[in-house]
Design a protein around this ligand. Structure first.
Ligand code: GUN
Ligand code: FE
Length: 457
């Protein structure tokens, strides 16, 4: 939960072989394996995941299971540009770096190579569920959906829509946009037909979308009951341009609302510069926010006031926003979310407010998992280890070879201390903090999605 890590020690988790659903969670077992065997003596119907802290201490490791990461905003097509953004800010970054790359993915071979790489990399970094943007191209977007199914990643795949204020070499007509959006949605729903992969309607952002297009896309989203993703209030020049283009709308958020694009299934990336009235509109619609801290620092977009949005009751998750963000790692985005919140605090004079805007370790790890699950309306299915949810998990090992986590023998967690009193729980919290700040993909031993092993290190 927000602000709270649920640490369960000496735990056995049973996962149904057929459905990948969690059947039982037993904590504080004297012997977790015996507990599991009591449920099913032959371990035939389910796979049992056991972490005994005593056993891991003996093996010289500090291991724990953690829910899989949720990336609520990632441009699969921009993966080759990770780290390349120079001194640009949003609008010139799009023109200089992003549109040329996206346009090159009309080539289906280039698209297949790029999308294969991005799924491998996100899985390796513990991302079990992602909301992807592709490009304007229908066929290469189908390839992305195919690859998500093949590699078993839980994913939303959206074809980017843009019919104005875009370069002539990378723009579609309203007719092309309508046809390709419908084609992709129907392909994913009817032909691909995977429980893991869903379509998502993707108007790029208000600047590149005509009123006619946005209205059409809102109708498609409603007709097929699918979610919507777009960008909102990322950069001050962007906001000025939107206000010029849509003079009859009260705010940037109001542009989406007026065109029927703001509802409980909408994912709004960035939201760095929201006005009070816009926060109200988003709350009324129950739309979700994707906080992209690395992107917002890299493109000098600003600092999203995440803690305040959460306190208002808004749904917030994390987004890598590759390649505005330079890494697919949601762990690193969680770390940066914490730092960005402290930079925000440093802009404040009022010492009480200063403390109030800071995000904690537990807060950012919530954003990385359950927060994201809520934004994507999947919190009944993923985000935590609870009976009835699917097993989307990563096995973390802080002692994995050649990693950067510094743990000394006296910091290791052993069973006796874990059981004795509350202080030892603090120890486990320190282990998790070490992982957040010093860990990386090398600490991820295995990744499961819907109970199936999808990555092993
Ligand atoms: N606004 C419109 N398009 C984009 C994009 O590709 N990335 C980011 N970060 N913002 C956008
Ligand atoms: Fe983005």
């Amino acid at each position: 939960a927000l602000g709270e890590l649920r640490i369960r020690l000496n735990c056995a988790v049973g996962v149904c072989n057929a459905t990948g659903v969690i059947l039982f969670v037993e904590e504080n077992c004297d012997d977790p394996l015996m507990t599991a065997l009591a449920y099913d003596p032959y371990l035939k119907n389910f796979e049992v995941h056991v972490i005994s802290n005593k056993a891991s201490e003996d093996a010289g490791s500090a291991s724990f299971y953690f829910p899989g990461f949720v990336d609520t905003h990632i441009h699969a097509s921009q993966y080759p540009n990770c780290g390349i953004f120079g001194d640009s800010t949003l609008l010139d970054w799009l023109e200089t770096y992003t549109f040329p790359l996206e346009s090159s993915l009309s080539d289906e071979n280039a698209a297949a190579l790029t999308y294969n790489a991005v799924i491998s990399q996100t899985l390796k970094h513990g991302t079990t569920c992602a909301a992807y943007y592709t490009t304007i191209h229908t066929n290469s977007s189908k390839i992305m959906a195919d690859l998500c199914k093949l590699k078993g990643q839980r994913a939303f795949v959206g074809k980017v829509c843009m019919d104005q204020h875009s370069p002539s070499y990378y723009q579609e007509t309203i007719q092309e946009c309508k046809e390709s959006s419908l084609e992709l949605v129907k392909y994913i729903l009817d032909e691909l037909n995977s429980p893991l992969v869903r379509p998502i309607i993707t108007p790029r952002f208000a600047i590149t979308c005509s009123s006619e297009m946005m209205t059409f896309l809102a109708d498609v989203a409603e007709q097929f009951d699918v979610p919507i993703q777009t960008h909102l209030n990322e950069n001050t020049s962007e906001i000025e341009f939107v206000k010029e283009l849509f003079k009859d709308c009260e705010s940037y958020t109001d542009v989406y609302r007026k065109h029927g694009l703001l509802n409980e299934k909408t994912v709004l990336a960035h939201c760095v510069h929201l006005e009070e009235t816009e926060i109200k509109l988003i709350k009324e619609a129950s739309a979700g926010i994707s906080h992209c801290p690395i992107s917002n620092s890299s493109l000098t977009s600003g600092e999203c006031r995440v803690k305040e949005l959460l306190k208002t009751g808004l749904k917030v998750g994390l987004g890598s926003d590759v390649s505005g963000g330079f890494t697919v790692s949601i762990l690193e985005n969680a770390r940066q979310a914490l730092l960005v919140s402290r930079h925000l605090a440093m802009t404040m004079d009022d010492s009480t407010k200063k403390e109030e805007v800071k995000l904690s370790v537990a807060d950012v790890l919530y954003l990385a998992t359950m927060g994201g699950a809520k934004v994507l309306n999947l919190c009944g299915k993923i985000g935590t280890f609870d009976v009835g949810k699917e097993f989307d998990a990563q096995l973390i090992d802080l002692f994995a070879d050649k990693t950067n986590v510094s743990i000394f023998p006296w910091q290791r967690v052993d069973k006796e201390r874990l059981h004795s009193n509350g202080k030892d729980r603090v120890k486990m919290e320190n282990i998790v903090a070490k992982w957040l700040f010093n860990g990386d993909d090398r600490n991820i031993k295995s990744v499961w999605i819907g109970g199936k092993l999808r990555h092993q290190n």
